[in-house]
Design a protein around this ligand. Structure first.
Ligand SMILES: Nc1nc2c(ncn2[C@@H]2O[C@H](COP(=O)(O)OP(=O)(O)OP(=O)(O)O)[C@@H](O)[C@H]2O)c(=O)[nH]1
Ligand SMILES: [Mg+2]
Length: 474
């Protein structure tokens, strides 16, 4: 059982359990994409307190089989973990091989032996292989796949979703965030419960009685459903309160910081508001929404809100659970979409954030793209960014002057009266069309021979800058 095993694993006093990170390279995934996705999973693993010691990948057409990888690869994987590398070995009764229940009680020493045996049977080129106590799979696994891989490797197997859920679980601080994460965790857990396989027993906890004809598993699932309903009830009461609070301040201009995890949203929040919000070089440091006034104070005050970061393949239930927190972004008057400009996967970060924003209905809010951590980008890199993301703000949350400039821009934005204007964008300048959608409220959009004609409403300053961008350069 992923969660039980995870917590057991991490509370045995052993420091930093080792992990091997594995992935299938699907046909539409490039080497770079695979690498960046695996690096990210390694960072997630570290955030969770694991020590990633190796990688294993395989090119395959899909993930559809019950065991994810091919036979040979499974043996390679087992040589990392000390498992048998075979599925059948565990299920054949009476063969003196470990079955599922015995496995739970297996001493580490036994595993050591099994691992050496497996390693010795290899051709011995890159030995000795580091031992891995956990397998992290960079895909979502079905309950069956996860279970099969655990049998094959003899160790805990976690997929991307369970790693993210675990981190959220640890970082959630407020009651609201805790409830949100717990609901997502239970939804993930429910289909993974096994009859008599250990997980069910742990969840049961000796409370209540089975209904007539109800198996233990059914009972456990019912309990989880009931618990989810209870948590949702409690959450909706809290959310009722925050909705009221939101409405009360809705006449004040509000700026929400959104973006990929670790992009520097909280750093920017801290710099803009002179507050002490939590900043850390780990993924998902922030799970709770905080709201502060822009400092030094303005009249009327401008509110800045920090939000939970996004990540690739963010579990859907988690997005759903954090809806109310993310609504904060949808209700804002302006979004600062913060990206780590020094990350080679910047385009991915952008795409992921835009997708989630669209999912939560926040894509209609005017957005400024903020290329943060520009202090880590050299001159040539900056020029390339200017080229790629015209109109984006390049800054460093750690640079006082940069932050002061951003503050001025925000003040100007909210003080400027809104104007209506028409803008013609030639088809060759579609990037500007994108900017228009980000920066203004588009009233109408018509496609003509030479280009697109937009009718927009925005502060005069914004319209002016868009007109500038549209001017032919030579
Ligand atoms: N060099 C440099 N580092 C920065 C900058 N802004 C933030 N950082 C660092 O980046 C890391 C992440 O910063 P946070 O502000 O916690 O990022 P976040 O977007 O709030 O992250 P989550 O809450 O996890 O989503 C920290 O180690 C910061 O010190 C910057 O402009 N330059
Ligand atoms: Mg943060």
């Amino acid at each position: 059982m992923a969660f039980d095993l995870t917590s057991r694993l991490l509370t045995t006093g052993e420091d930093k359990p080792t992990a091997v990170v594995v992935a299938v390279q699907l046909p539409n995934v490039t080497d770079e994409e695979l690498d960046s996705s695996m690096s990210e999973l390694e960072r997630l693993a570290k955030t969770m307190g694991l020590d990633p010691v190796g990688r294993m990948t395989q090119r395959r057409a899909g993930l559809a089989t019950g065991v994810v990888f091919g036979e040979g690869k499974l043996e390679e994987l087992a040589s990392w973990t000390g498992g048998t590398g075979k599925l059948e070995a565990y299920v054949k009764p009476g063969t003196k091989k470990r079955d599922e229940d015995d496995d739970e009680d297996l001493e580490d020493d036994d595993r050591e032996d099994a691992g050496d045996a497996a390693a010795a049977s290899d051709d011995g080129a890159e030995k000795p292989a580091p031992r891995a106590k956990v397998v992290l799979v960079d895909h979502d696994l079905s309950p069956t796949q996860q279970r099969n891989l655990e049998k094959i490797t003899g160790v805990v197997v976690l997929d991307r979703t369970s790693v993210i859920l675990e981190i959220f679980h640890r970082h959630a601080k407020t009651r609201e965030a805790r409830l949100q994460v717990e609901i997502a965790r239970l939804k993930y857990l429910s289909p993974r419960l096994r009859e008599g396989g250990g997980g069910g027993d742990r969840v049961r906890g000796g409370v209540g009685a089975k209904g007539a004809g109800e198996t233990t598993l059914e009972l456990d699932r019912r309990r989880i459903r009931d618990r989810i309903a209870e948590l949702k009830q409690e959450l909706s009461q809290i959310e009722g309160g925050s909705k009221v609070r939101r409405e009360r301040r809705s006449d004040l201009p509000t700026v929400a910081l959104v973006g990929y995890t670790n992009a520097g949203k909280s750093s920017l929040m801290r710099a803009l508001t002179s507050s002490e919000v939590y900043i850390a070089d780990k993924l998902f440091a922030t799970l709770d929404t905080t709201i502060r006034r822009l400092a030094p104070a303005t009249e009327p005050p401008i509110l800045i809100t920090d939000t939970v970061g996004f990540i690739k393949k963010l579990p859907h239930d988690l997005v759903a659970s954090f809806r109310s927190t993310l609504d904060e972004a949808g209700d804002a008057d302006l979004l600062l979409h913060v990206v780590d400009a020094a990350d080679p996967a910047i385009a991915d970060q952008l795409a992921v954030t835009r997708t989630v924003l669209a999912e939560i209905g926040a894509d209609a809010v005017p957005t400024w793209l903020v290329l943060n951590k520009i202090d880590c980008v050299d001159e040539a890199g900056r020029a390339a960014l200017t080229d790629h993301y015209p109109g984006a703000l390049q800054l460093s949350a750690k640079d006082r002057a940069d932050v002061a400039t951003l503050r001025e821009k925000l003040i100007e934005h909210f003080s400027g009266a809104l104007e209506e204007a028409e803008l013609e964008v030639p088809y060759s300048m579609q990037k500007v069309a994108h900017l228009i959608h980000e920066r203004t409220t588009v009233l109408s959009e018509t496609h003509e021979d030479a280009g697109t004609r937009f009718k927009v409403r925005a502060p005069g300053r914004v319209i002016e800058s868009l007109r500038d961008t549209l001017k032919p350069t030579n």
